[in-house]
Design a protein around this ligand. Structure first.
Ligand code: ADP
Ligand code: MG
Ligand code: MG
Length: 897
């Protein structure tokens, strides 16, 4: 570090743009000072000083000197000296990172008091009680936050004195009682630390400053940063602020207020005020607070000034502000402001209110809401008014409100769901075998694993509600019971889980659907029916902002949907087409035997027979799909997964055959043949094996049959007067040769079908880009591909060499912990690696074929951060699961601003 670096800024020297250096609190204190608002003077020690301290274990040399200089300026300005024995200056030492962060050290107030200056303070204020009260607060706060002494030790002592004195609140304590308490508190400090409470004011200040620095690395702070994806190397600033006193009697007090309601977004001001109190008392809830209306009656002048300042701040920040203030003997002081946090609903309402008030533009309003917030508003919610019994609280892994009968295994989940019952799958942890159960369940609850555990990742992927890592729950799958904090719940009993809060409730809580989803699916009028004014206002706000996003965005948004039902839903949610129809789901259930027969066919006639049976079924699937998507592009992917997924489980089959042999029951020839085939097709690494285009090239007739079914379906639709816009997509291509070969086969079929049907169809044939080699050789591949669709799930797997099904549970928790990445690359696109391949492929593809259509069909297509990347990378559309479509629309609009 440059030793001359400026490490300390007076409030009068900074402004709100400097949050990196001064932290949020410091920058806004400076901004309010600049605006001429009544802020007590002070200075900010920069985050750079903190980073230096954390890196080297000591402060930069010049920091001491710079703090001395700033302190002298402060003292000279006020005509008082820190901790002087007469009329002492006192300061607060306040942490303040760039983003506000629970888990950081809080504030130490009244720094500068000691056995002498407390008397000077009493004399200057002509108030003994006040002076001793301030001193006991200093020792208490300093002891707790700087010296790490358990706060109960102080609180217990305070309670004991209150009881002895017959006082119900701390304001009733006499000066003598408070003075006695100070002595007790000092004893607690020496007892706990082996040292006396530091009497030197500057030492108090330096120790508090260092404690703030150190608190950056507490476990709580680190966990919070990891969860919120805040980098660990920002560091925190420290604000030193001259004290003003809300505890100087009945004409003093302290409070917090908001310029709008941060919970609902309702217009008007909201706040709490506490008479004769210091900062932390308001939130501590030790005495009843007054409303702002009461404050207005009590102190009309201060209230009027506060109202004026609130309006000023909202105009200046052009957003909801949250404010902390103190009144000292009738004089109002501003102690903090920031653009306030708000709920998702409030964000949408406030953004549109500000547009209506002509304070911000519509574009700005769009920057004030996020796709994450919209997603939150789409989940059903538990009725807030219903009575509830909380059993435990764990990680909110995938939002939503789910109620169901508890089941402990996948098979039971599937069986009961088939009977039309709602089930909640409860597992210690899940693995790929639980997939069907997860699909069948309304929600998933696990007792182990974090936000990147299998359960969490899969549940989020399919939009299932999930609470994970509920360690207080003991899951006994054998006995089919779970035990939690003394309650036992057996299979079949009802539980409710809230995936937005991580709460687990006994029994069934009533769920209310989100009016936002009603709006998205059925339009504004339907959504406004019978809802209260607040909900109506919210729905209108969502409507306005989403429509503005649609006007603004360049990216088109399509959906991943495999059947007509999902397609219809996607369409109503605003999808402009289907970017990925997976055909593998069409081969499950009853049809599995047919594909099994195809795979096992020993000669061409047997194979053709199997294909002939599959063809009409596939065609019917596609007719339905193209009917639902009439007039919109529909990309159908040819069969992709490894063949063995359509065959019986190898071990089970082997056991069956072995048992039959051992018992002499005679093995069926079919089973033996089947086992031989399963063994022949077994792959150690199926995700890198016989799948994708390789299937098309190795299983004669398979892709041909699919292409015929697609083309015939399109022809049928066209002849019926429809407008089918089908696109055929070949998966897992790594070399242009693969595509050439497969096109030789399928182009002929497309032409034949058209000729036979007598229709002219335009069916583009393209490829997925999901292997690094495909991205790197995109120039060649574009010779044969009429469009590209980036399969970012597989591209992430193959770029990182991570097997998606295995690593998330096994490796990611540790990787997130160690900071290899701050978010799973399967959740949010890895811009540096996978993103670089995408950029390359975009560029090379366009060199060969300037008008080539480029899309994205991995789940990243619905991830807010990734959508911004795709916008900048220049692709034409993103495609994601239907319920993510509105999120992608909103984010694509934001990205285009
Ligand atoms: P937090 O980040 O937890 O809000 P603050 O630094 O804002 O912590 O301090 C909490 C409270 O302490 C403030 O709201 C205010 O009431 C009180 N406080 C802080 N500094 C001063 C001061 N200089 N004079 C009076 N009260 C203060
Ligand atoms: Mg504060
Ligand atoms: Mg793929």
């Amino acid at each position: 570090m440059r030793e001359r670096a400026q490490l300390v800024y007076d409030f009068a020297d900074g402004d709100r743009s400097q949050t990196d250096l001064l932290g949020g609190k410091g920058a806004n204190l400076a901004e309010m000072t600049r605006l001429g608002l009544p802020v007590p003077p002070g200075f900010t020690i920069t985050t750079e000083a903190c980073r230096h301290y954390l890196d080297r274990g000591e402060e930069p040399q010049s920091l001491r000197v710079q703090v001395t200089m700033a302190l002298r300026r402060l003292e000279d300005g006020l005509g008082r000296r820190l901790g002087d024995i007469q009329d002492p200056l006192l300061v607060s030492v306040r942490s303040g990172a760039k983003v506000s962060m629970p888990g950081m050290m809080e504030t130490v107030l009244n720094v500068g008091l000691n056995d002498y200056s407390v008397k000077g303070l009493a004399e200057a204020a002509k108030d003994e009680r006040f002076a001793w009260d301030s001193y006991r607060r200093l020792i208490q706060m300093f002891g707790r936050t700087v010296l790490d002494i358990p706060s109960e030790r102080f609180e217990d002592r305070l309670d004991a004195v209150k009881t002895r004195e017959g006082a119900t609140t701390d304001v009733e304590l006499s000066p003598a009682a408070l003075q006695g308490l100070v002595e007790d508190f000092k004893d607690i400090v020496s007892d706990a630390t082996g040292r006396d409470f530091p009497q030197d004011p500057r030492e108090q200040l330096d120790m508090a400053m260092r404690a703030v620095f150190d608190s950056w690395n507490t476990d709580r702070a680190r966990i919070y940063r990891r969860r919120e994806r805040i980098p660990h190397d920002l560091g925190t600033a420290v604000n030193i602020c001259a004290m003003v006193f809300g505890n100087m009697g009945e004409d003093s007090g302290t409070g917090v207020c908001f310029t709008r309601d941060p919970a609902t977004g309702k217009q008007g001001v909201y706040g709490d005020y506490l008479v004769n109190a210091q900062g932390e008392d308001v939130v501590a809830g030790i005495r009843n607070t007054l409303s702002l209306e009461d404050f207005a009656r009590l102190d009309p002048a201060s209230h009027a000034e506060l109202t004026r300042i609130m309006r000023r701040l909202e105009t200046h920040y052009r957003d909801l502000c949250d404010i902390e203030f103190t009144v000292e003997r009738g004089k109002l002081w501003m102690l903090q402001t920031r653009v306030g946090k708000r709920t998702a609903g409030a964000a949408f309402r406030i953004a549109t209110q500000l547009v209506d008030e002509q304070v911000i533009t519509r574009d700005e309003a769009l920057t004030r809401v996020t796709g994450h917030q919209l997603a939150q508003l789409m989940f059903p919610q538990f009725d807030a008014d219903a009575p509830r019994t909380l059993l435990t609280k764990a990680m909110a892994a995938s939002p939503g409100a789910a109620v169901g009968e508890v089941v402990f295994d996948s098979a039971t989940a599937v069986a009961r769901a088939a009977e039309g019952r709602r089930v909640l799958l409860v597992r210690r942890e899940t693995n790929p075998d639980d997939l069907e159960g997860m699909i069948a369940a309304t929600g998933v609850l696990t007792s182990r694993g974090g936000k990147t555990s299998h359960a969490a990742v899969v549940a989020r992927g399919m939009g299932r509600t999930c609470v994970c890592g509920a360690e207080e729950i003991d899951v006994d799958a054998e006995a089919k019971v779970l035990r939690v904090n003394g309650t036992t719940i057996a299979e079949g009993e009802l539980l409710s889980i809230d995936g937005s809060t991580g709460e687990v409730f006994a029994g069934e809580l009533p769920v209310v659907p989100s009016p936002v989803v009603t709006y998205l699916e059925r339009g504004l009028d339907a959504a406004l029916e019978g809802v209260d004014e607040e909900a109506a206002d919210l729905v209108r706000a969502v409507d306005r902002l989403l429509r503005h996003a649609d006007r603004t965005r360049r990216l088109a948004v399509r959906a991943n949907a495999d059947n007509a039902e999902d397609a219809t839903r996607a369409r109503s949610l605003g999808a402009q087409g289907i970017g990925l129809c997976r055909t593998e789901h069409m081969f499950l259930g009853d049809r599995r035997v047919l594909i099994e027969r195809l795979i096992l066919a020993e000669d061409p006639p047997a194979r053709d027979a199997a294909l002939a049976e599959l063809l009409p079924l596939q065609r019917a699937d596609f007719v339905e799909l193209l009917t639902a998507m009439d007039g919109l592009p529909t990309t159908i992917r040819l069969l992709d997964p490894p063949l063995h997924e359509f065959l019986p489980d190898r071990t089970e089959l082997a056991v069956k055959v072995a048992v039959a042999k051992a018992t002499g029951d005679g093995v069926s020839a079919d089973d033996e043949r089947l086992l031989a085939a399963v063994e022949r097709l077994h792959e150690a690494n199926p995700m890198l094996g016989r799948r994708g285009v390789r299937l098309g090239l190795l299983v004669p007739g398979l892709y041909g049959m699919q292409v015929r079914a697609i083309t015939e379906a399109a022809a049928e639709r066209a002849l019926a007067g429809g407008d089918p816009r089908v696109e055929i997509m070949v998966p897992l291509v790594g070399s242009v040769m693969e595509l050439h070969l497969i096109r030789d086969e399928i182009d002929g079929i497309v032409a034949d079908v058209q000729a036979a049907a007598g229709v002219d169809l335009d069916i583009p044939i393209g490829t997925m880009i999901e292997l690094p080699r495909a991205a790197l050789t995109a120039r060649r591949i574009a010779e044969s591909a009429e469009f590209f669709s980036f399969g970012t799930n597989d591209l992430t797997q193959t770029t990182w060499g991570f097997s998606r099904d295995d690593v998330e549970a096994a490796i990611f928790a540790a990787y997130l912990e160690k900071g290899v990445f701050t978010v799973s690359p399967f959740e949010s696109l890895d811009r540096d690696g996978v993103g670089a391949l995408i950029r390359t492929a975009v560029e090379k593809g366009r060199e060969t074929r300037p008008g080539i259509k480029l899309g994205v069909c991995g789940e990243h297509g619905g991830d807010p951060d990734s959508v911004h990347f795709f916008h900048y990378a220049g692709v034409d559309y993103v495609s994601c699961s239907p319920f993510r479509v509105p999120v992608a629309r909103l984010e694509a609009g934001r990205a285009a601003l």
